[in-house]
Design a protein around this ligand. Structure first.
Ligand code: ADP
Ligand code: MG
Length: 498
């Protein structure tokens, strides 16, 4: 559409091996994101997911004669908000066009979209690729070409009846934002980081739920290959990829296919392809269609969409803190880039962490959220929303360590109890006598007993101070792990070394 500009310096880290030489991938994504709104883009019908087939269909969506579209302001607001979140140019005047094609799931015979004058222009998304083996991330800027509003189509069902096809128009007319990236992506990892970051921004903004498995976010993936730093190659577009994992597989397969053709002296046909997750292959769907094939023209039923700067400023003022800003703030508060990146990656994790860290040490809170809680959730195959341990409970456990009531080791047991049985951590510690023994008398008795029973080990410990660790272990065992480790250490040193 616009002339292609290469903004990237080739990085050997991204190169893709061929038989003759290395290749560089060039990838651009067109992401369709379903706008979070109660009603459709041009009708009042509900957008609720999972309703009975054809329950969410108004006369407009079914394209009954004489029905007229009316723009839903809530969707416009969401598009502007998203544009601001993508650091993009907001266009105060945009125009809806008809994109004409016949398909049974599109009763109008055309899709209302925006071709020549989209609501949002150029922007940028910064991705963090990594971490590498040194724990370092690389920041990469991916350009946004445009974001436009358009209608979704319905769904044809060919597998419900031996001789007939059915159509479900629930999704027909639902608002989509098509977010088109520049061809700035150079590897599978970058493509995954880009779509993950985009989804995260949309979720922070509340403008799309980002649920790819429900189809509310899907990507058309444009892939070409070239000699590193060379001319852009001919691209193929893989349609409607609906998971990040599949996207990775599709790019990998497609890049290899193109490289094989080129290395055998062939040329790439520009075409639209489909990815088959069962076979792990892309296959040709049709040769590439051009904009003029669709006979685009301004929709005569809709006036150009216009708003003033005050409207945009008001939306800007309501923007939440976005992941990049939050990551930097978390790092300012003492977290490593690695920890901060994990915590901000998902809005629900960030919200959870912010509740835990309130009034507590940042690093300690981050460790508990990332290693213990997210670790346990991952192992149990649960999402954070299903977490058996709440932020308040986790905060309670951390408090008990902080004030010396329990040791870090007992805290792990306590976490497991709260995970399995629920309850107030402080109360559990009380009721089950899990509090640390700080009573030096009791610790001293255990220490004396172990020293008396192991004279040979005492001799070794005098010669080799590291041996003290063995004694600490024994005392902890004797006290059921409840002795304050620091007190044990001090006592042992005093008694063994005199
Ligand atoms: P269309 O709608 O016809 O597919 P667009 O210009 O709207 O065309 O979008 C094309 C997408 O393909 C953009 O994301 C763009 O970055 C990407 N793209 C363009 N040229 C190449 C190329 N040579 N290799 C890979 N991706 C490309
Ligand atoms: Mg396209």
């Amino acid at each position: 559409m616009t002339g292609l500009v290469d903004t990237r310096t080739p990085n050997p880290k991204n190169f893709f091996p061929g038989d003759d030489h290395d290749w560089e991938l060039v990838i651009g994504l067109e992401v369709h994101a379903q706008v979070t709104s109660n009603a459709k883009l041009f009708s009042g019908a509900s957008t609720e997911f999972g309703n009975e087939q054809n329950a969410n269909v108004s006369l407009v969506d079914a394209a009954m004669p004489g029905m007229l579209p009316v723009i839903n302001e809530a969707c416009v607001r969401q598009a502007v908000k998203t544009g601001l979140g993508l650091n993009a140019q907001i266009n105060n005047r945009s125009v809806f066009d008809r994109k004409n094609y016949f398909y049974p799931d599109l009763p109008q015979g055309y899709q209302i979209s925006q071709l020549y004058h989209p609501i949002v222009g150029e922007g940028v998304v910064t991705i963090q690729v990594g971490p590498d083996k040194q724990g370092q991330f690389e920041s990469v800027e991916i350009g946004i070409e445009r974001l436009h509003l358009e209608q979704d189509a319905g769904k044809s069902m060919h597998d419900q009846h031996p001789t007939m096809s059915f159509v479900d128009l629930n999704r027909s007319g639902v608002a989509l934002m098509e977010i088109v990236s520049k061809p700035d992506i150079r590897s599978i990892d970058e493509a995954k980081a880009y779509i993950t970051k985009l989804r995260s921004i949309l979720r922070y903004l509340g403008t799309c739920d980002g649920n790819m498995d429900q189809g509310s976010m899907r990507a058309d993936v444009n892939v070409s290959v070239r000699k590193p730093g060379g001319e852009f190659g001919t691209r193929c577009e893989i349609k409607n990829v609906n998971s990040i994992r599949f996207m990775g597989q599709a790019i990998d397969y497609e890049a290899r296919r193109q490289i094989d053709i080129l290395e055998e002296g062939g040329t790439i046909d520009q075409e639209t392809r489909l990815f088959d997750p069962n076979k792990g292959e892309t296959r040709s769907m049709r040769s590439k269609e051009e904009a003029h094939d669709y006979r685009y023209f301004p929709d005569p039923d809709l006036l150009p969409l216009e708003f003033d700067d005050a409207y945009v400023d008001q939306i800007r003022a309501e923007l939440p803190e976005l992941p990049d800003a939050k990551r930097i703030r978390f790092m300012d508060e003492g977290l490593s880039e690695y920890d901060a990146s994990i915590l901000v990656s998902d809005k629900s994790i960030a919200d959870f962490f912010e509740k835990v860290v309130e009034g507590r040490d940042a690093k300690v809170s981050a460790n508990w959220v990332i290693n213990d809680l997210l670790g346990a959730l991952n192992k149990a195959g649960k999402s954070l929303e299903e977490s058996p341990v709440s932020a308040t409970q986790l905060g309670g456990i951390i408090n008990l360590i902080k004030d010396g009531t329990i040791s870090g080791k007992i805290a792990k047991d306590l976490f497991e109890i709260v995970w399995n049985e629920g309850g107030d951590p402080a109360k559990i510690v009380d009721e089950r006598g899990m509090a640390q023994v700080t009573d030096t008398g009791a610790i001293e008795a255990a220490v004396d007993e172990i020293i008396a029973a192991n004279p040979d080990k005492v001799q070794q410990a005098i010669e080799k101070p590291n041996m003290i660790g063995w004694f600490v272990g024994q005392v902890m065992k004797a006290t059921g792990g409840k002795a304050n480790p620091q007190a044990v250490n001090e006592l042992l040193r005093k008694k063994i070394n005199g």
